[in-house]
Ligand binder design. Structure first.
Ligand code: F6P
Length: 323
């Protein structure tokens, strides 16, 4: 392997820069040339390649976002788009790729490998932590801590005003962000897509708390929750318990930014090294991840199709701790 390229795609996540830095420096360490592709698959199609060296990634390990920028490319979903991307890789002499992103990124990489045979190793970069094949994804820890900081602040005002707050956190179709936010944020209830908690059950729990003289409540709602958004759930609750003073906060994209935590810098760095060394050892179509503290390479097809299950005991913890 003489020349590789690295790119970030899909939603950005804190720690992506640590990963890019590790990819670049590992390549340099092993005498491999390395290019960055700007704006994910869009930049691959448009030929946005930049040569990187050790100095290009100085002073980036602590930075949020991605220095390579990110995008969700519709064109790469077409055969024509992928052909253009392949032509660009050939023109630039790229013989291996490191793709940092989530499921959408790996779906694209898998198709691309099947059609054009470019070896790709993935790095799990998403705040959602919804990828099979790794205990944690790069950016998850930071996103949870960012959300938790906001929840702590909301709790202060909820308590002062005897209010019930419905707080929506990110996670697309997964409750991985919601669960630690609920446990760490002292929430009474957590609603996630993986469990079917009905709004009626939420109403019952709030009524029971009210009867026990609880005056303020925190309900964490994961976006993608089957019963609807925090706004919808809150309005149904208000209808059922008019005496409850309800408010809604959607934490939103603030969860995607900020300086990565130590855990995300470490994970990003570990995975970046593993991705390049994986490529050098002939790995392709796999994602590098850490499971039970060990480095593992999981085929893209598993990371895409297998569901990483939520530990149900966490739901019970929320119930016990909010009694
Ligand atoms: O995948 C990361 C994520 O932040 C999800 O939690 C969220 O559903 C989605 O991206 C938001 O995407 P966008 O930034 O394109 O609105």
């Amino acid at each position: 392997m003489k020349r590789i390229a690295v790119f970030t795609s899909g939603g950005d996540s804190p720690g992506m820069n640590a990963c890019i830095r590790a990819v670049v420096r590992t390549a340099v360490y092993h005498g491999i040339e390395v290019y960055g592709i700007m704006r994910g698959y869009s930049g691959m199609i448009n030929g946005e390649f930049v040569k990187l060296d050790s100095a290009s990634v100085s002073n980036t390990v602590q930075k949020g976002g991605t220095i390579l920028k990110s995008a969700r490319s519709q064109k790469f979903l077409t055969k024509e788009g992928r052909q253009q991307a392949f032509d660009q890789l050939v023109n630039n002499g790229i013989d291996g790729l490191v793709a940092i992103g989530g499921n959408g990124t790996f779906t694209g990489a898998m198709l691309f490998e099947q059609e054009f045979g470019i070896p790709t190793v993935g790095a799990p970069g998403t705040i959602d932590n919804d990828l099979y094949g790794t205990d944690y994804t790069i950016g998850y820890d930071t996103a949870v801590n960012t959300a938790l900081e906001a929840i702590d602040k909301i709790r202060d005002t909820a308590d002062s005003h005897d209010r019930c707050f419905f707080i929506e956190v990110m996670g697309r179709d997964s409750g991985y962000i919601a669960i630690p936010c609920a446990i760490g944020g002292g929430a009474e209830i957590v609603m996630i897509p993986e469990t079917q908690m009905s709004t009626d059950a939420v109403i019952d729990t709030l009524r029971a708390g009210w009867k026990r003289s609880k005056t303020s409540f925190i309900v964490i709602v994961a976006e993608g929750e089957e019963e609807g958004s925090a706004t919808i759930v809150a309005s149904k609750v208000k209808e059922a318990i008019p005496e409850l003073d309800t408010r809604v906060t959607i934490i939103g994209h603030v969860q995607r930014g900020g300086s990565p935590t130590a855990a995300d810098r470490l994970l990003g760095s570990q995975i970046g090294i593993a991705a390049v060394e994986g490529l050098m050892n002939g790995m392709r179509n796999v994602m590098a991840g850490i499971v039970d503290r060990k480095l593992v390479y999981t085929p893209f097809t598993d990371t895409i199709h297998k569901k990483k299950l939520i530990n149900q005991s966490f739901m019970r913890m929320v119930e016990i701790l909010s009694v």
